[in-house]
Design a protein around this ligand. Structure first.
Ligand SMILES: Cc1cc2nc3c(=O)[nH]c(=O)nc-3n(C[C@H](O)[C@H](O)[C@H](O)COP(=O)(O)O)c2cc1C
Length: 167
């Protein structure tokens, strides 16, 4: 299944999860891993997976990215724009060729309150994507990470589970 993984990341944790997902799907599927900042086109992707950090119970914004930089995010790895802006410019997909879609976020807090993965999923639903699976949250300890033990394995398992749902 041709898969596109779109993400943004301030401290590298969402990037690590996105890479683990791409690796998990890469053995049998053609996977493109793209920064949202690069405004990737959906193209011929059959499955689109979108992931972001959680900033202020929401998707990162220009302001919150600046706050992340002030907290030490690597400026060279810090997107000027991200999932929020990419989604804002995304057109509706055709009903007869709608890709499957799934979403995840990376967060500190347990639970799903304010989880951007849920909002992104609703947005993709609204654009006609066939959303599958439960939005997933993967957790960091401190703001800058690292991810909690086992989260990359959980991300890989979540991605493999999507494959069975995308049919
Ligand atoms: C400005 C800012 C706001 C944040 N707000 C939240 C929040 O509301 N809930 C939460 O769980 N984590 C919050 N965090 C922590 C992020 O979840 C964490 O930095 C991020 O997931 C790390 O992913 P990254 O390495 O891909 O940037 C915040 C971090 C920053 C920098």
């Amino acid at each position: 299944m041709r898969t596109l993984v779109v993400y943004e990341s301030m401290f590298g944790n969402t990037a690590a999860v996105a890479a683990a997902i791409a690796r998990a799907l890469g053995s049998t599927d053609a996977v493109r891993l793209e920064l949202a900042d690069d405004r990737p086109a959906i193209g011929d992707a059959e499955l689109v997976i979108v992931g972001s950090p959680t900033h202020g119970f929401a998707l990162p914004s220009r302001l919150s990215r600046r706050a992340a930089r002030a907290q030490g995010a690597d400026a060279s790895a810090t997107a000027r724009a991200g999932v929020r802006e990419w989604l804002g410019g995304l057109a509706a997909v055709r009903a007869d060729s709608a890709p499957f879609a799934a979403t995840f976020d990376v967060r500190q807090a347990p639970g799903a309150v304010g989880a951007p993965s849920h909002r992104v999923r609703r947005r993709l639903d609204g654009l006609g994507f066939r959303t599958i699976g439960e939005p997933a949250s993967f957790r960091v300890g401190p703001t800058a990470g690292p991810l909690l033990d086992g989260e990359l394995d959980r991300a890989a398992a979540w991605a493999e589970g999507l494959r069975g749902l995308a049919r």
